[in-house]
Design a binder for this molecule. Structure first.
Ligand SMILES: NC(=O)c1ccc[n+]([C@@H]2O[C@H](COP(=O)([O-])OP(=O)(O)OC[C@H]3O[C@@H](n4cnc5c(N)ncnc54)[C@H](OP(=O)(O)O)[C@@H]3O)[C@@H](O)[C@H]2O)c1
Length: 146
């Protein structure tokens, strides 16, 4: 029996690269997986590729309204979230010596909004249980939260 049978997962940025690979693996292991991304066509292609156990929701993780819409739909359809992979982000690379000011600015002025604010907002708004949060080294539990 697949090890994640009955579990529900969310992979932000699940249309390509690491996110798509993770979504494929989660679905294959029996989890129902939600994937997000900003581009509809890429979402449709990813859904086709994953095949079953998958729902796509279009949205930008740096946009609070998009996240609220995503989690409202999610709560309505599934309620609880077992596995969250806050993966959506943008990575740009250049070898030392080829890093231009333009490349630097495009990462630190634009991508920080996605890679930092987007990840923080996703994790903060996600309906994931406290028990699950406790398992993540990146999510320390606040002492005074109920
Ligand atoms: N690959 C590496 O070597 C590496 C190294 C360090 C860190 N990372 C990080 O690992 C993550 C995945 O990397 P990857 O190489 O697999 O990237 P990728 O192939 O470019 O995939 C990025 C995914 O995130 C989505 N995305 C981008 N911005 C988004 C936004 N604002 N809101 C919602 N979805 C968004 C993209 O879809 P749309 O464009 O349609 O939105 C796509 O599905 C990224 O966060 C990246 O920064 C990667």
């Amino acid at each position: 029996m697949p090890s994640l049978d009955g579990k529900v997962s969310l992979v932000t940025g699940g249309t390509s690269g690491i996110g798509l690979a993770a979504a494929n693996a989660l679905a294959r292991e029996g989890s129902h997986v939600y994937i997000t991304g900003r581009r509809e066509r890429e979402l449709a292609t990813a859904v086709q590729q994953i095949g079953s156990n998958v729902t796509s929701v279009q949205g930008d993780v740096s946009n609070a309204q998009d996240l609220d819409r995503l989690f409202a739909q999610f709560r309505g359809e599934k309620g609880k979230l077992d596995i969250l992979f806050a993966n959506a982000g943008i990575a740009k690379y250049a070898a030392l010596g080829n890093i231009t000011e333009e490349l630097y600015d495009s990462i630190f002025n634009v991508n920080v909004n996605v890679n930092v604010k987007g990840v923080l907002s996703t994790v903060q708004k996600a309906p994931i249980s406290r028990a699950s949060r406790a398992l993540s080294p990146r999510l320390p539990r606040a002492r005074n939260r109920s």
